[in-house]
Design a protein around this ligand. Structure first.
Ligand code: ADP
Ligand code: ADP
Length: 229
């Protein structure tokens, strides 16, 4: 069984008498452990889809099965539990706590989780073992994003959602950060969804879902995901 099964998912927003369809009849499946990229221009509906997969929002219609459970009609309380237990998040701007070290930022996340991963192991996984005592301001952008990845992975999520994780980085650093996310996913068995508007970054995914104007344009499976140089 696929880890994610989205079927005919539609999300409309109503503002007064104006209706915006942000996701229209979206259907796709994702295998457990896959690294999937969602590519599309600004306003295409990527964040709306990511918010629904992460339990921050619910669709207007359709089903969103995660590990066999349809979360489309979850109550706010059920969604909170789902988010806390199953989902890790990485954002464009790292959202690290400035007066905590890299290690402390990761520890903070692991403390609130029952089955957290070992902090040193997680920092090693993202290549930051030697930078663990640094504060965010003492780290480069790429390194700060690695801390944010470690923080998300330490929670031991089944699903890792990344919203423009390379958006604030230059291309080479962005590629390295994507490689770190992939390595972490491979070693932990985590299923990863990465939203990006950079098509070269998107090509690094096992599966590339192209969204335009609220709809899926194409889903391409990459046998040998490679970045465009
Ligand atoms: P992307 O992430 O691809 O830039 P979004 O999912 O943020 O796209 O937005 C898709 C469309 O839905 C846009 O037209 C946006 O204005 C609209 N939209 C998103 N969130 C809301 C909201 N809370 N209320 C009204 N319209 C929204
Ligand atoms: P990038 O070009 O990748 O953004 P930087 O040029 O900012 O990287 O940093 C290069 C190296 O210097 C990194 O390893 C980073 O950790 C280190 N560094 C950057 N700023 C500081 C700082 N204020 N204190 C200590 N080390 C720093």
């Amino acid at each position: 069984m696929a880890y994610i099964e989205v079927a005919h998912e539609t999300r409309q927003f109503q503002n007064g008498d104006q209706t915006t369809v942000a996701n229209r009849d979206i259907s796709f499946t994702v295998e457990r452990g896959a690294v999937v990229t969602i590519l599309g221009p600004s306003g295409a509906g990527k964040s709306t889809l990511l918010n629904i997969l992460g339990g921050m929002d619910s669709p207007t219609s359709g089903s969103v099965k995660i590990d066999g459970t349809d979360i489309a009609h979850f109550s706010p309380k059920q969604l909170t539990t789902y988010r806390r237990q199953a989902v890790g998040f990485v954002f464009q701007f790292y959202n690290l706590i400035p007066n905590l070290t890299a290690r402390e930022n990761v520890e903070l996340a692991s403390q609130i989780t029952h089955d957290a991963r070992d902090v040193t192991e997680t920092l090693t996984l993202v290549g930051l073992k030697d930078r663990a005592a640094n504060f965010p301001a003492q780290l480069s952008g790429g390194e700060q994003q690695r801390v944010a990845i470690a923080r998300a992975v330490a929670k031991n999520p089944k699903l890792l959602l990344c919203d423009e994780p390379t958006g604030a980085l230059d291309y080479q650093t962005g590629k390295q950060v994507l490689q770190v996310i992939q390595d972490a996913a491979r070693q932990t068995g985590t299923t990863v969804i990465i939203v990006t508007h950079n098509s070269a970054i998107a090509q690094m995914g096992d599966q590339v879902i192209r969204i335009n104007d609220a709809q899926i344009q194409s889903v391409v499976t990459n046998d040998h995901p490679t970045p465009v140089a």
